[in-house]
Design a protein around this ligand. Sequence first.
Ligand SMILES: *Cc1c(COP(=O)(O)O)cnc(C)c1O
Length: 358
Amino acid sequence: MPRSTIAHIDLDALRTNYRTACERAGSARVMAVVKADGYGHGIARIASALADVAPKYAVACIEEAFAIRAAGHTQPVVLLQGVHAADDLADCVESQFEPVLHGVHQLKWMEQGSHLPDFWLKINTGMNRLGFWPDDLPAVMARLEKMNAFARLQGFVSHFACADDADSTMTSAQTATFETATSPWPSLMKSVGNSAAHFIPGQPLFDWSRPGIMLYGGSPIAGKTGPELGLEPVMTLEAPLITTRTVRAGESVGYGAAWVAERDTRMGMVAIGYGDGYPRHAGTDTPAAINGRRIRLIGRVSMDMLAVDLSNAPEAREGDLVELWGRTVGVDEVASCAGTISYELLTGITSRVPRICR
Ligand SMILES: *Cc1c(COP(=O)(O)O)cnc(C)c1O
């Protein structure tokens, strides 16, 4: 019998969240961002579950695009990081991958090679990770025209630095920079919106939005949970209680004796730890749930197990399943207890944990 530590994947919730993204995107079309193994949910099953509704996918690298093809799906796949080598351009043409052109080295590969896929041009509007400065755009466009690449150029992309923060003025500044920079080429498409941008009132999403985390039910907005934004959790992470005992007042639990019982406390050990991707930084008081009732972690998370306080769940027995996150305890709550974001928790679940579709 395999261990019943499982990440259940609710594909109906995924499709509901995709519909929510489409509603929020208005007239923009919605490419489904499925990088990092579908944010840890399994890229093949995520791509398959969205295949009849998503007109395009977006991934970070070409291996992920090939994984979508291996799953049998033929929609164009945007490579958000573009190609990593000149040779990849031929694969892009053959497989209908649309790389993002973000640097001069990639421009040279296009000039020197004979393979020109459909592609996107990235503009750096202030994120300062990738892309051409608006000032450099006329020269880049002239080079593209010279190599007859205009027909392949789909449009312009940029990425927001602070869309998760409703009080930041940076998103509107980046949007204005983007609109000004692209205005000489009004017939080309535009794409800016990550998940957070779907929740900013009045934010233009142009021709294509690019939601990732919201499809999986995680919150893109600081200080709000996915359910508070109308999103449904897609992953429910569960693990069995493998022992229960009462620790006496004054006794400690786990490594570093980091938690000491103030009173006699019924506790349990759960078969999941940081070796499964559960965050080690989730300390005492991080919520979990058993039989629909909220409980809390106590002490340090170990590699293969963690301890919970069962004071709130006197009926809990060995074999009962503990929800680490899902519908009762939101992944965003656990993330904030661990000092991180749901993106890191979802993408961090290791291959030891089977993903099973509900
Ligand atoms: C990852 C990514 C997205 C999706 O971001 P979310 O915050 O998960 O919605 C969109 N665009 C680019 C360029 C990305 O790298």
